[in-house]
Design a protein around this ligand. Structure first.
Ligand SMILES: O=C(O)c1cnc2c(C(=O)O)cccc2c1O
Length: 460
């Protein structure tokens, strides 16, 4: 049906949810059709006649990136927004030396241990502006055999009435929040893109922005970013208590930070309180809410398409893991039978609130944010300020802005999905670790069993 169609047809078929996974090399074409895109697809002529673009990301392979643009677009102005400093910054600029159309913007990172994780594209066409928010680095390995998530906006037409921060906003305040996010860089190289955004009509945007910007955010700013923005959005637009207060919460990610000596330090109180927020309250959930975490096992990585090298993009370090053994009892395996991606290791990060029967969801978030305080923020000074170290961005899907129901019908079984089904990246219910399963840790040896290429993992 859709496997041979142009990218724009794949895009249209996936409306209004517009949530995609990246195509994966080495799996059946049945799972690389509907609801999947490659970077070449996203940048293709069928999606729009590109004039200039802006790529926010963490890692860039410049020659490979340029190759993903159609030949006719490779000389168009391209701004790359990164967080690199010193030698890494010099290396990036050297790689782009021969591409005179490429400029750089170095995002300021004033908080120690912060990174520029945000993965977003601004695509300016001759007929409007498209925004893409996703989870993949701009390196070939991230688009080859991993599971990555992508949200693609409609083409936002130009406002007839000239630039406006408020005209052309959506019921989800997408324009206001995107401008607020970009403004936080305080970077002169982004001024033209801030102007482009303000000159367009984003009223058709049907998702909420959940971004993170480094800093100590206090007073009203405390709810502008990180998990406190999610708490505010769920307080205003989440499921009602009567319906979902007993529903589980799922977190799925590809890296983990230091979360403290026990769950109460951050995960099960501050963070879960935000994820479990229902409309009208954000007090600690009445009945304890089940929190299930999906993170690859050593065996998931070993038997993956890439083998142990997949673990090179799953940077959970032994020095962090050994401090939080309590965390591993929350863990579930990576399973994606429905999407044909059991062996395509996750670099996608998602959070959602499914029903106990697993066929519905009250909300779904796809984001660059892993399970870390650096990404989501940690409350300080008796909860009066939220300290965030990194730049992150994601989009929150709320049913009433997308379908005629109060909940999403959800499934990973892409072959059975109806038009209004939220097609998930992984199977529900999540499958718990077995007694012998261990979480993937990237900086210890794994040499009991060879991987799918017959190799062992011996990091030095
Ligand atoms: O997608 C990203 O933003 C991102 C950031 N950092 C890393 C690291 C690291 O920071 O050591 C190691 C391996 C993969 C990633 C990665 O994929």
């Amino acid at each position: 049906s859709l496997t041979s169609k142009e990218p724009i047809d794949i895009f249209t078929h996936a409306q209004p949810l517009s949530f995609f996974l990246t195509k994966v090399h080495g799996i059946s074409s049945d799972y690389n059709g509907a609801y999947t895109m490659s970077l070449r697809d996203i940048l293709s002529e069928s999606m729009g006649n590109l004039q200039e673009s802006c790529q926010f990301n963490y890692m860039f392979e410049i020659p490979w990136l340029i190759q993903q643009y159609p030949t006719s677009f490779r000389q168009k102005p391209l701004l790359c927004v990164h967080g690199f400093q010193g030698g890494q910054k010099a290396g990036l600029e050297a790689d782009a030396r021969k591409f005179t159309n490429i400029k750089f913007c170095q995002a300021k990172l004033e908080m120690p241990y912060g990174t520029h994780h945000t993965k977003m594209m601004f695509l300016m066409y001759d007929n409007g502006l498209r925004v893409v928010i996703h989870t993949a680095n701009l390196i070939e390995r991230d688009w080859h055999q991993k599971t990555q998530g992508i949200w693609i906006s409609p083409v936002f037409p130009k406002l007839k009435s000239g630039p406006s921060p408020t005209q052309g906003d959506s019921p989800t305040h997408f324009k206001r929040d995107l401008l607020q996010y970009v403004a936080a860089y305080k970077a002169y190289q982004l001024k033209d893109w801030q102007d482009h955004i303000s000159r367009h009509d984003l009223s058709s945007a049907n998702v909420f922005i959940v971004g993170s910007v480094p800093g100590r955010h206090m007073a009203e700013k405390k709810h502008w970013f990180g998990h406190m923005k999610l708490r505010k959005l769920l307080n205003e637009n989440g499921p009602v208590k009567e319906q979902a207060s007993k529903w589980p919460v799922i977190g799925q990610f590809s890296s983990i930070g230091s979360l403290g000596a026990s769950k109460e330090n951050w995960l099960s109180v501050e963070f879960l309180q935000s994820l479990a927020t229902v409309k009208g309250t954000s007090s600690v959930p009445l009945a304890p809410v089940e929190f299930k975490l999906i993170f690859p096992t050593v065996d998931n990585v070993r038997t993956s398409l890439e083998g142990y090298p997949a673990g090179g993009s799953i940077p959970y370090s032994i020095n962090v893991a050994k401090k939080q053994p309590w965390l591993h009892s929350y863990f579930h395996q990576w399973k994606s039978e429905g999407r044909g991606r059991n062996r395509a290791m996750p670099h996608i990060k998602t959070y959602c609130r499914p029903s106990p029967t697993w066929g519905e969801a009250a909300w779904f978030l796809v984001t660059s944010s892993n399970l870390s305080k650096a990404a989501w923020g940690a409350l300080e000074k008796k909860g009066s300020q939220l300290m965030i170290r990194s730049y992150e961005i994601g989009v929150l899907f709320i049913p009433k802005y997308l379908v005629e129901n109060a909940v999403f019908k959800c499934s990973s079984k892409v072959k059975e999905a109806g038009q209004k089904t939220f097609v998930l990246p992984y199977d529900l219910p999540p499958r718990a670790y077995t007694k012998s399963d261990k979480p993937w840790i990237w900086d210890i040896a794994h040499k009991e069993l060879p991987d799918s290429n017959g190799n062992m993992w011996c990091p030095s």
